[in-house]
Write a protein that binds this ligand. Sequence first.
Ligand SMILES: *Cc1c(COP(=O)(O)O)cnc(C)c1O
Length: 333
Amino acid sequence: MAFIKIDKKNLYYNLNQLSLKSGNKLKLAAVLKDNAYGHGIELMAKLVSEYGLKEAVVIDIAEATKITNYFDNILILNGTPIVSSKFSFAVTSIEALKSAPIGAKIELKVDTGMHRNGITLDEVKEAIEIIKSQRLNLFGVFTHYKSADELSSELLWQEYNFKKVKQSFLDANLKVRFHSHNSAALLRSSSFNEDIARVGIAMYGFNELPEVYDNLELKPILSLWANRCSTRELKKGQRVGYGGDFEASCDIVVSTYNVGYGSGLFRGSRLSPMLTSEGLPILGRVSMDFISLESTKDEVCIFDNAKEVAKHFNTISYEITTSLKANIKRFVV
Ligand SMILES: *Cc1c(COP(=O)(O)O)cnc(C)c1O
């Protein structure tokens, strides 16, 4: 099997940069959903908690249960609220709010413009009445930005909407935490003043903002590696792999390495092979568990910058790392 290295020094560098933006590391909530964007949820939880973070965000109870001991609070984005001192639950509709159990920590999501989920601005008043009459344990109120990473002013419009939402809760004397920033919004902001920022991609080392905003360098923390399984000489004219797509134009030495689309590596098109981090093209088709390279090294780095791989496959760094299978061994270096 292939393996993954997580670079602790780069992670802490990124967290230092983000702490400067948020003003305080205690204001950073590590977004560890989807196996920490493929980085490995338990390993990442341990590392960020050692750094001093106290807050995390995950997708469901199963993920939260794996990392409970590392944090003061874990926000669960998609789960049915239960009473728990450690877990808070995103509540994204009036119906869900009405059926929330008394005592469960809930964080109400308000739709300020993304229109994916969350109560509408018009429903805020009704939500406050329900919270008060049902004596719900409202822990937070939050929203999510749809285009903080784009060169547009829509972020400002959503921020303006959220400001009005906050005022409604303050006017109703509900003491809660407010949060709206993802990585891009935090990187763009110059005067962060909310209770927490939910940082995912930036912590993993990618600044996805257009150049004009780009004032902060971040360092990717994940690299994907593979071991050599066998080596052979490919005579001129011999072809390697399924379909024999790669044909040797002279005698070369090739090795098979144990990574493939079964590990989460993209198969892509045979017409434009992906290059490894040392610039070696993958020869022919990517198999389920194997690739061929013109190399004899025992270990090769397949990639150490998911953003470059994403560019090659016409996608985003999020998809490249999140695709890496959970059963790949991950090591901290
Ligand atoms: C995934 C997610 C984030 C983190 O987004 P990044 O762009 O990776 O920083 C923040 N908030 C919510 C609600 C999310 O779903």
